[in-house]
Each structure stands twice: as structure tokens, then as C-alpha cells.
Ligand binder design. Sequence first.
Ligand SMILES: C[S@@+](CC[C@H](N)C(=O)[O-])C[C@H]1O[C@@H](n2cnc3c(N)ncnc32)[C@H](O)[C@@H]1O
Length: 444
Amino acid sequence: MSNGVKIRAKAAVVIDQVTQKGRSLDRAIEVIGLDKNSKQKSLFMAICYGAIRHYWELQADLNRYISRPIKKKDSVIENLIVSGLFQIKYTRIPAHAVVVQTVEAAKDLKKHNLSAFVNAVLRKYLRTSNSANMVLEDQAIYNHPQWLLDQFREDWPDHWQEICKNNNIQGPMWLRVNRKKIETKKYLSKIAESLNKSLEETGYIGDLDHSICLNDPISVDLLPNFEKGFVSVQDGAAQIAAEILLNGRNGKILDACAAPGGKTGHLLEIIDSNSSVTAIDIDPKRTEIINDNLMRLDLSANVISANILDTKKWWNSELYDLILLDAPCSSTGVIRRHPDIKHLKRKEDIDSLNNTQSRILNSLWNLLAPGGYLLYVTCSILKKENDLVIKYFLNRNTTAIQKNLLLNNNINDVMHKTDYGCQLLPGTKGMDGFYFSLLKKAVL
Ligand SMILES: C[S@@+](CC[C@H](N)C(=O)[O-])C[C@H]1O[C@@H](n2cnc3c(N)ncnc32)[C@H](O)[C@@H]1O
């Protein structure tokens, strides 16, 4: 079997794992065990991400060419055809090559009996797709599950279509330059030099002075002095959080829900010498990654692996001046980077997340000093995880005052002001979707 065939068979297994078995894309790719140096890796990734991103539309295409549903035990073949349709519609690979390799991949998956069926469906699609007059359901038009479309429509009646469109376009690669090591402009020049490109061809500096958006994503191995901590990969919107929380403030800082440490590193890069950071996360493996990241950046924090809600187990009774709560959420603001979210999250999850978010917020409030600030952040665009959490909290908490974010104007201008905070929608100025609400504890 050629590499092209093997890659297609493996991609079908990954897509099947995500869409049928509820496994995350990262985990499914890890389990399938692709050779790191495989020349076909980028094709493999493009097929997995692309088919998962456009799944509902590709399913609608497939359903037109089969007379009855494919048996559940053969779902991997259904997903192999979906991946073939993706390549025909969205890549420049010649259609006949896609068909031949996809049919061979069915054999590699030990489904010899279905290879003729795969061949027939793909060829029929090639013959008739141009003339087909289809009435598509919303799911196939917008490539999102119905419950999520309904939720976007309800929460963002004027923006839901734009949200869906942006969710289906892969996000650009953003960097955060470590100002303790190098100036941003200098670093951008260094990348340009190492890629042998002009500055304009390489990327641009974002509205936050230390952020760079690259025109084309590159492997971190190609980023100058990455290992020496000159730079981190972090979306432009995620970089807003530490800036809002600090904004001239200092003291004892708690980074709650910190792993893998993207915002911990950022806080440590910008705090003054009178400040210190404690970072906490419930997941021990992810907490280890915080330590790895800080070591690379040459920075240090008090890193704890514990459940925030078990304060007796980890808290030393000293109040914090500033708390960053980057709450666990549906991640609906980062679907363009993680298209598997559309398959893995369920409507019921949102109520349970709302409950967790409220419990963590309530618990952390007791650890905040009077006069201190707490920034509530999510990478969700759903009101139930954002404004509704804050509304409920403020209704029950007389010591909490909601404050303006006071960011630089370019960013303020593109944020949607909500009742209790600010929302960036995915794709705005090339950034992910994030919600921010800044709360101050009254001095009584
Ligand atoms: C959105 S992620 C944090 C991303 C991180 N702030 C960054 O910038 O890299 C949310 C984190 O919350 C953690 N988490 C969820 N429930 C928690 C709890 N009860 N106590 C501590 N951490 C929790 C999860 O393990 C997860 O790593």
C-alpha cells in the first residue's frame, strides 16, 4: 500500500473516532500514531481537520448518493467517503487520484467488500454533483449541529451567520513576544530573516504591542529562539486577558484554572517586581505543562495542582489582590482551531458548565482582598456561560462591582459591549472569540 493510501485510511479512522466515538481530535491523532517525519503529515492533518470542519455538508452530499444508511459497524467507510468528498471539493488533488486512493484505503481498512461501493459513490458524485439541485438544511449550509445553530441565533441574532462562517475558516497563527527577552519589532524581523521573506510577507504586529500575527502558520521549530523562551504561541484574544487584569495594578496574583499556562507566562512577563503569581489547575498532567512552559520562558510561579473548590487543601489564607479566572467552558469561541468541538459538545453540557463556572467564581471571591480585582474570562460565545454567570453572581453578591475594561481603543472598538462585560466574536481582527468581565471587590 502506498503512503497516500495509508494516510487516507488513518484519517478515516480519526474522523470516525471524533464523529462517532466522541474522542477529541488531538487524542484520536495521538492514538493513530503518525510518524512525526511523515512527508504526508500535512495532507493527513488537512483531511482530518477539513472533513471534521465541513462534516454536515459532506454528509448531505453523501446521503444523496446512497439509497439506505450505511451500517453502524461500517461507519469508518462512511467517514472514508466523507474524507474523499472533502478532498474533491476543497483540495487541489486531482479527483481521479482521490477516488483511486480512497478505494484502496477501504481495502487497507480490511473492508474489501465495500471498496466497490466507495468507488461507485465517489464516481457518481463526480458525474452528477454539478447538475444536482439540492435543498440543504441549515446544518449542511452552516456546518454546525442544529442545537448550536439555534443557540447562536438566540444569543447573536445579528451575527450568527458571520460566526458560523468564521468558525469554518482556520484561524491564523498568533505569537506573544516575551518582552523580557526581545522587542516585538526586532523579533518579527528575526522571523522574516530566518524565513527569507520581507516583513510584510511574514506577518504584522497586532493591536496589543507584543503580539504578532503570521501570514502563514509555521512549525514552532522554525521560530527563532523558541526554546530560549523568546516567544509563545497564543491567540491575539487570549493575550488581552493579562493586559486587562494588570493595567497598572500589582500585588499577589492568582491565576485560577491556569493550565497549560498560556496566561500564567504572559502575567509573569508583564508584572512588576512587587508582584507574584500563583497558578492552580485541577489536572495534574496539564499542570506539569505549566511548569514546562515556565521553564522554557525562564520564569517562575507557585504552581499548584488542586481543585480550586477545595480551598482548605491548597489555600494559605492570604488574600489575593488580583485573580484571573479563565473558566472551563464550551470553547465555542475557538471552533475555528478545534473543529471537533462541534461534534463533542452537547446542549446539556452548557447547563453543567454554567453551574461549574458559578461555583468556581463564588469560591474564588472569598479569596480576593477588598479593593482587589477579578477578571472572569471564557473562550465561549454563549451568553449562558458569560453574561448570565456574571448577572447571577452580581444579583447575589453585594460586594461585587462590575468595572469597565479600559483597554486600548483599537481593541475596545471591535468588542461587543454586553450587559455585564465585553465579547470578541471569532474572526474579529483575526482573533478567537473571548468574553471578559472585570469585577472589583468593594472596600466596606
Ligand atoms: C480554559 S482552560 C485554562 C487555559 C489557561 N488559562 C491558559 O491560558 O493556558 C480551563 C482550565 O480549568 C481547569 N479546571 C477546571 N475545573 C477546575 C477546578 N475545579 N479547579 C482547578 N482547575 C480547574 C481545567 O483543567 C483547564 O485546564
